[in-house]
Design a protein around this ligand. Structure first.
Ligand SMILES: [Zn+2]
Length: 275
């Protein structure tokens, strides 16, 4: 098994100082969309997708508020499909896409992989398909991302345990063990994705937190990321509680688990990613 860390969308929000905690008030910040490409058992697995080619061609499909706040770069070269081709793989070999949640910046690449089965929690699936159509739902979900009728595989995350967290196996075969770990709060059915490697686990925490220092023993976020997370969260108490549990997991099991979130470029660079 080999794991590639890919940035499938760069975001350049205004005011680096308020977003990243460094830089000027009038310079642009940087956020990324940290995805994984896993080579396994003669096929490829993608964990989150970032934006897809259709988003780049038709940016108006993304909500204006998102485009104005996040200022996505929207470069075709950053899409998962183009990066996978550049690595020399066939797109049809991407057989599974496992999603932390269905927000626009995580699920946009679904239409680029027609051969893939799309894994998500049943709660997230129901929220995206039958959401309240509130302001927040309209902001976060883009129905065009699944208008090609992809093959869905929904999971009910209960029954198993993983380091004290509820878990459900998304894929388990000779070489691959991947779990969905419910981390509700950012969205209704938001999950972390745990991937077993030869010597430890990798936990993709999705949007459970946005800034690496939120996982430090004296946690802090930046002003802009703190406000943004409050605006888009579906359950504040659950989100805060899951951040606390993730901090404890990091503190007590750092030799067994490496974790990162979707949008922090510092963590991405620490995993060898290039921006
Ligand atoms: Zn996100």
């Amino acid at each position: 098994m080999r794991i590639h860390h890919l940035n499938c969308a760069t975001l350049c929000p205004v005011c680096s100082r308020l977003v990243n905690g460094t830089g000027g008030y009038f310079s642009y910040g940087i956020m990324i969309c940290h995805c994984l490409l896993i080579e396994s058992d003669n096929n490829l697995i993608l964990v989150d997708t970032g934006f897809g080619l259709n988003d780049i061609a038709h940016p108006r499909n993304l909500s204006p508020l998102f485009r104005n706040f996040a200022r996505p770069k929207l470069s075709p070269d950053e899409t998962a499909v183009e990066q996978i081709k550049k690595l020399g793989f066939k797109i049809d070999d991407v057989r599974h896409i496992i999603l932390t949640h269905l927000d626009l910046d995580h699920a946009g690449g679904i239409p680029d992989f027609p051969n893939a089965e799309i894994h998500t929690s049943i709660t997230e699936y129901n929220s995206a398909m039958n959401g309240s159509k509130s302001f927040r739902d309209n902001f976060r979900y883009v129905p065009k991302h699944w208008s090609n009728n992809p093959k869905w595989k929904t999971h009910t995350a209960e029954g198993d345990k993983w380091f004290g967290f509820d878990a459900v196996s998304a894929l388990n075969n000779k070489e691959t063990e991947i779990l969905l770990i419910p981390l509700r709060g950012h969205s209704n059915g938001h999950c972390g994705i745990a991937v077993k490697t030869s010597d430890k686990w990798i936990l993709h925490c999705g949007d459970s937190y946005f800034f690496h220092e939120e996982m430090s023993e004296t946690p802090r976020s930046t002003i802009a990321l703190n406000v943004f997370q409050r605006i888009v969260e579906s359950d504040h108490k659950a989100r805060m509680n899951n951040q606390k549990r993730l901090r404890e997991l990091k503190k007590n099991h750092s030799n067994e688990i490496e974790m990162f979130c979707s949008h922090d470029h510092t963590e991405f660079v620490n995993f060898g990613g290039e921006i």
